[in-house]
Design a binder for this molecule. Sequence first.
Ligand code: G16
Length: 542
Amino acid sequence: MIKTIPTKPFPDQKPGTSGLRKKVPVFQQKNYAENFIQSIFDSLEGHRGKTLVIGGDGRFHNREVIQTAIKMAAANGFGRVLVGQGGLLSTPAASNVIRKHKAFGGIVLSASHNPGGPDGDFGIKYNISNGGPAPEKITEAIFANSKKIERYLIADAPDVALDRIGTSEVEGMRVQIFDPVADYQALMEQLFDFDVIRDMFAGTFRMRFDAMHAITGPYAKAILEKTLGAAEGTVVNGIPLPDFGGHHPDPNLVYAKDLYDRMMAKDAPDFGAASDGDGDRNLIIGRNIYVTPSDSLALLAANAHLAPGYAKGIAGIARSMPTSMAADRVAEQMKIKCYETPTGWKFFGNLLDAGLATICGEESAGTGSNHVREKDGLWAVLLWLNIVGRRKESVENIVFQHWREYGRNFYTRHDYEAVDAERANGLMKNLKDQLGKPNLPALGNKALKGSDDFAYHDPVDNSDTKGQGIRFLFKDGSRIIYRLSGTGTEGATLRVYIERYEPDPAKQGGDPQTALSDLIQIARNLAEIEPRTGRSAPSVIT
Ligand code: G16
């Protein structure tokens, strides 16, 4: 039986950079998840009888919302749902399943790298038939629906057995529980030279992959250990836990410090990597060297032809605006275009669909390609392994050689988390007021080329997106950029992105914090960070 349940709107269901993310207790409010899912379904047309993919990163509250989503999909007329076994599906694997099985779309339950557990974060996002996050047009329609919703539809049916692979029915809708790893692994085998990587593991090559008790554990174990022959124990923290073992599943130098320390130790393995809560981010650390996500994008683009899936070359590169300009230099040399988009993977979808870009990446630890329409943590790791295996060089050498050839873009991001939202907005407003002014005392003798609030014109659908970050661009190519994060769930997070280009190989070594110290000071003064936020130092530096 299909039930129509009366409900009232919640005012706070505006999707952010990547779906709706809130604290678990917010999602546990009566009708909260139901309202949002119904608002998604009410924004769709032509979905009746079609297939919907459902899965999540396994965080606390995942199983409950999976059951709700299945029953609501049945009540809203879907013909079939494909659900990852145990309700699990990494974000890139979900994207692949949507594409491979020609689904109408997918519901991905994830708050990505945010912590989980009863007081942690939860999230819901909708992906469209190309496998990518819904574009702004759709997220705006979802938000509009959420503000006027009066009812939701749900099947009055028993829970589905999520752990048993097989097929069942809910109100005439077919429910297929499938192995979340198999399709994804098959895709990776097409893209990469597994023999080259296997040979490396058969020799002395050692690796440590930190799955952070999040979704990539089962994928990494199946691919790295069982298929590629990496030693047992290569994958650590490999069992997904609803609270990620009490950790923050964000693969950066703060939350993956243990991996970093091991990679800097005397007996470090050759290669270190980690992925996040839902498996779309990556962290790459060679013995003695941390590879910034921006450098990783540039390096992967420059070397992608070494992997069979990209042997014919790449059509273009795309990066989010705050991502360093290292990739632009690679594109220039390859005589291909480098697109600069706002933060948010959803902005890459059109470029990938139109064949304008093949490889995309962001400073926020995301890299991916046209194989799916999400960023993909394990994909980046496997491409790196494929490159190291073909070049037979250490990560350190590969990075140093890249800098010698293209120059080094010193880069850092300073985050001020959980700042009072009003104060953060005041800080941004004050910065906006400085735009266009040529003489700003805080800049000292640093010559400004221009300043603006980044706007993007999508070359494929001609849509315009404004207000995507305050940029101060200097004559020597340096940049200082300010944005408020669209993924936080507490107050506001101020992100400050700082970059300087260094062409001279003799000056390319050293710590970015030192190399960028003058710009860091300018960035703090210009935005009046301490007086306006009360923070004397960032909470996270990446
Ligand atoms: C999401 C988006 C990314 C974005 C990141 C950070 O990643 O998909 O495109 O770069 O958030 O966004 P913000 O700076 O607004 O917090 P994820 O891994 O959280 O889904």
